[in-house]
Design a protein around this ligand. Structure first.
Ligand code: GLA
Length: 394
């Protein structure tokens, strides 16, 4: 192969926040914001990678890569190259490689630009050199890159969303069985969009890792008490009550959130199925419209509950997101809103009636927000799109 162009998307997550490393089910989707990569074979004997948006170019020889000290996007690239483990497979035919990429995924907005970078790079190299890895193996490599080269002990949701996303479909990714099932959530008279708070607080990574460690330690205690447990999904209320006598106040709150969120995911899956059925049956008339409306309202309510849980129990929100969430709910056309992703900044996911016009209805809120926090928020419409895919090859 001489040339390859691929796209790797960012993601949203409807519900199931912070459940991917807690044995839960998450409901993400790939979106129409992506990184586009071009891979071209050269005769330089070297690898050159160019981040077009940043006007940065990096050139190295594969043999020297392990010793190179790099940061930002280069650490991710280094991780992917090393973890793909070319040692045996690095083709004799390798003469040189030129990679260029550019992105329209806002960085730091919680839309998983780093997962898109790692997944896109891994997918492209796998295709270019016929390494034969499956999408799931590539997802794991991209996740390991975050663990080992960015210091974030993330779950697998972002990578699965980027690599397995389907147009107009959400994914139900069971992080315990690793099963991935696509499902549709028809948006009939409603819309989903994002509001970027444009803040990203320091220590987000260490706070994320801390949450993960708290729950892992709690699970070890749970296993000690109830050795038959396989995951947080098996624990019953009586066992939780006993376990809680061994946990500190903070960890109890974290566990409380995880259990609530697991239950909410099931409810959201049921509501989504019911909406899809109803829209599919094309039942007309007042009763059907009324019942559909009630189901979207219910969905909005679950988004709000998740926000509260992330704010008060899991404690990964921030004042800027709380302000935006609280204020936007005052608009009667908004059904629900919640912070999305790892937290401590980034985006709110909003469900609103179609009557909500984000080009005018957000003006006052954004002005207030800027006055209060000195930052300019932005709104992004989103379309649910295809996961990592080939655009062109030669
Ligand atoms: C980040 C991580 C994911 C997931 C979310 C929270 O995006 O990369 O693995 O844990 O936060 O749901």
């Amino acid at each position: 192969m001489k040339e390859l162009i691929i796209r790797a998307p960012g993601r949203i997550n409807l519900l199931g926040e912070h459940l991917d490393y807690n044995h839960g089910v998450v409901l993400p989707a790939a979106i129409d914001r992506f990184i586009e990569f071009q891979f071209v074979a050269t005769t330089s004997g070297k690898i050159s990678i160019e981040a077009l948006d940043l006007a940065e170019k990096w050139e190295f020889e594969i043999a020297e890569l392990p010793t190179l000290n790099v940061s930002s996007w280069k650490s991710y690239a280094k991780g992917v190259f090393l973890l793909l483990d070319f040692k045996d497979e690095w083709p004799d035919s390798f003469t040189g490689l030129n990679i260029k990429f550019e992105s329209n995924i806002p960085i730091g907005a919680g839309l998983s630009s780093s997962a898109a970078l790692c997944c896109g790079l891994a997918f492209g190299l796998n295709a270019f050199y016929h390494l034969g890895k499956t999408r799931f193996e590539l997802a794991k490599i991209a996740q390991q890159t975050e663990h080992q080269f960015a210091g974030v002990q993330c779950g697998l949701m972002d990578q699965v969303a980027s690599l397995f996303g389907q147009k107009d479909q959400l994914l139900a990714f069971d992080c315990l069985t690793q099963e991935i099932n696509a499902f549709s959530l028809p948006l009939d008279g409603v819309q989903l969009f994002l509001i970027d708070s444009k803040v990203k607080h320091n220590l987000a990574e260490s706070a994320y890792n801390e949450r993960r460690a708290q729950l892992e330690e709690a699970f070890q205690k749970a296993l000690f008490l109830f050795p038959e447990l396989k995951s947080w999904r098996d624990i019953n209320s009586a066992q939780v009550a006993i376990l809680c006598t061994h946990l500190d106040v903070t960890t109890k709150k974290r566990l409380h959130y995880v259990r609530d969120e697991m239950a909410r995911v099931q409810k959201v899956q049921a509501v989504s199925n019911s909406i899809a059925r109803q829209v599919g049956e094309e039942i007309n008339g007042i009763i059907a419209t009324h019942s559909l409306k009630m189901q979207y309202q219910q969905l909005g309510k679950y988004l709000n509950e998740t926000h509260q849980g992330l704010r008060d129990l899991y404690e990964v929100s921030c004042i800027e997101l709380d302000f935006l969430q609280n204020e936007i709910l005052k608009n009667p056309d908004v059904l629900g809103a919640r912070m999305m992703g790892g937290g401590f900044g980034g985006c709110l996911l909003v469900l609103a009636y179609e009557a909500f016009d984000f080009s005018t209805d957000l003006t006052q809120l954004f002005t207030q927000y800027t006055q209060q926090y000195g930052v300019q928020a932005t709104c992004y419409p989103v379309q649910i799109s295809e996961g990592v895919h080939l655009v062109q090859y030669d």
